[in-house]
Design a protein around this ligand. Structure first.
Ligand code: UD1
Length: 488
């Protein structure tokens, strides 16, 4: 494509020999076309390719703390549901329209990966995609960036179901602890696939997939969804016992059912799947993001603010709501909105993370930051991932008083946090440190915001809409300028 203008250049030179005006006209056209191609090229590469390189330690949030967040914020589609639904969409040889896809880095990576294996993808608007898996020409997913996200493994389940064959780069994701995939593999094998790990890829293939009775040794969101994906195009019935019950497990099951799958019991411990021959097209809207909503709820509480968090499913937020009320916040629930009213004086509590409907591990860093400014001592126990306290050192540099022993954090409330230069260690810890910056005295700069952008759409824009003093500095030179502007 990029060569086209150069071929035209020769034509122009040739034409100029005969007619100067005509030649000049063509030169203008060519310059225009070249500029357009190059802008398009750069934009595309920036969105999906160059940005992670540009970002390496460059983009930062600069936050001046002390503002009570006020107003309304609208929650985007659930990132973790979107990742699985985008992977599942390719299972139909038909048009699938997915609405409410959050515009975050991880969803962009999955979209690029499914394009890379030949799926037709058309973006209708910021949050709506039309996908058709009929044109898929490869079952090998080795797109450079896919290995950096955890949900790459959903393409294993979807391709195995659809084509009985899949080879996917081993997933990475946030460094929050060892993240085995033995339960996924166990499930695929139970369905009759042979699975091997070779050269950093998971390779699965099967002559045929047959329904099976699978008991999960641990409650795993990823394994439950992945087995559901492969099983819905297997022969016969599959039962998944000790299944994960997270809202996005239910959302993926609902989506598959809209495509013609036969899945019952999603949202309970036992999921029953009757295999069908094929899936068809549908239009589906993804549920709101429980964790994004929870993050804004905690931000309201921490800044003693008053925020109406719009377009949520209050039921999904109950564990967070209960804890905020226990601490002394006021939480009002409406049909699709939740209002959180914080207070200058909040009490302490103890929290242990559990699979849904327990307190979500993805909210543990954010609530711990809140507890660090509450009265008294709180104890937070992380029971899902062993490496989820990576924000503690950074918070200590801001004046937080947290001691970590094994999987437990003992948090003593402090009078104040103070701004510092800190680094986002992973997605949720990064969001938690933004909340710390919002309540700290003075200016906080946060490096490595690429982690936060993996899962929060327009985080800084939404926070600014609530009155927060937060800006992005694009490079080192920018930081001082933004700091000065923000302090004024
Ligand atoms: C998903 C979410 C993540 C969230 C987590 C727990 C996505 C893309 N990510 O991650 O944001 O923090 O659920 O709610 O949806 N385990 C095994 N063997 C396996 C799989 C998991 O031992 O094969 C263990 C894990 O180490 C962990 C626990 O099971 O201790 C839960 O992990 P899992 O629910 O699978 O998390 P993910 O699906 O990776």
């Amino acid at each position: 494509m990029y060569k086209t203008p150069d071929v035209l250049s020769f034509g122009v030179v040739f034409l100029c020999k005969f007619n100067v005006y005509k030649g000049v006209f063509y030169v203008i056209i060519i310059v225009y076309v070249k500029i357009t191609y190059n802008i398009g090229f750069l934009r595309e590469r920036t969105e999906y390719g160059f940005l992670p390189i540009l970002e390496a330690g460059m983009e930062q949030y600069v936050i001046k703390g002390g503002t009570k967040l006020q107003g309304e914020v609208e929650i985007s589609g659930a990132k973790n549901a979107a990742l699985a639904i985008l992977a599942a969409a390719i299972m139909a040889d038909d048009v699938v329209v997915i609405e409410n896809v959050p515009d975050v880095r991880d969803t962009r990576v999955v979209i690029e990966a499914i394009k890379d294996i030949g799926a037709y993808v058309e973006q209708i608007d910021k949050h709506t995609f039309k996908i058709n898996g009929k044109t898929i020409c490869s079952t090998v997913v080795d797109y450079e960036y896919i290995k950096k996200i955890r949900a790459s493994y959903y393409l294993l389940g979807s391709l195995l179901g659809k084509r009985r064959k899949a080879k996917v780069a081993l997933p990475g994701g946030c460094n929050i602890g060892s993240r085995p995939i033995d339960q996924h593999i166990k499930g695929f094998r139970a369905l009759g696939a042979s699975v091997a790990i070779e050269h950093g890829m998971i390779c699965a293939d099967a002559e045929k997939l047959s329904g099976s009775h699978i008991y999960m040794d641990v409650v795993s969101v990823g394994a439950t969804i992945n087995i559901m994906l492969a099983a819905c195009l297997s022969q016969g019935s599959t039962i998944i016992e000790n299944a994960a019950k997270e809202p996005h497990v239910v959302d993926v099951a609902n989506f598959l059912n809209c495509m013609g799958a036969n899945i019952k019991g999603a949202g309970t411990d036992v999921i029953r799947i009757k295999g069908v021959e094929k899936l068809h097209g549908t239009t589906y809207s993804i549920i709101p993001d429980q964790i994004e909503a929870g993050t804004f709820m905690v931000a309201a509480a921490a800044t003693a603010g008053n925020i109406l968090i719009r377009k949520v499913i209050p039921k999904h937020l109950e564990a967070i709501t209960a804890k905020l009320i226990e601490l002394g916040c006021k939480v009002e629930e409406y049909d699709e909105d939740v209002r959180v009213i914080g207070s200058e004086k909040l009490g302490h509590t103890n929290i242990k993370t559990f699979p849904y409907p327990g307190f979500p591990t993805d909210m543990q860093p954010q609530i711990s930051v809140l507890l660090s400014k509450c009265d008294g001592t709180s104890i937070v126990t992380e029971s899902i991932f062993e490496n989820r306290f990576r924000y503690v050192d950074e918070l200590s540099r801001m004046g937080g008083d947290i001691k970590v022993e094994g999987n437990t954090a003992i948090i003593s409330g402090v009078e104040r946090l103070t701004g510092a230069q800190i680094t986002a260690p992973d997605l949720r810890a990064g969001a938690a440190l933004v909340i710390a910056g919002l309540i700290a005295e003075g200016v906080t700069t946060i490096d490595d915001i690429k982690y936060i952008e993996r899962g929060y759409e327009d985080f800084d824009i939404k926070l600014r809409g609530l009155g927060a003093n937060i800006q992005i500095a694009k490079c080192e030179k920018d930081i001082r300028k933004v700091e000065l502007a923000i302090v004024e």
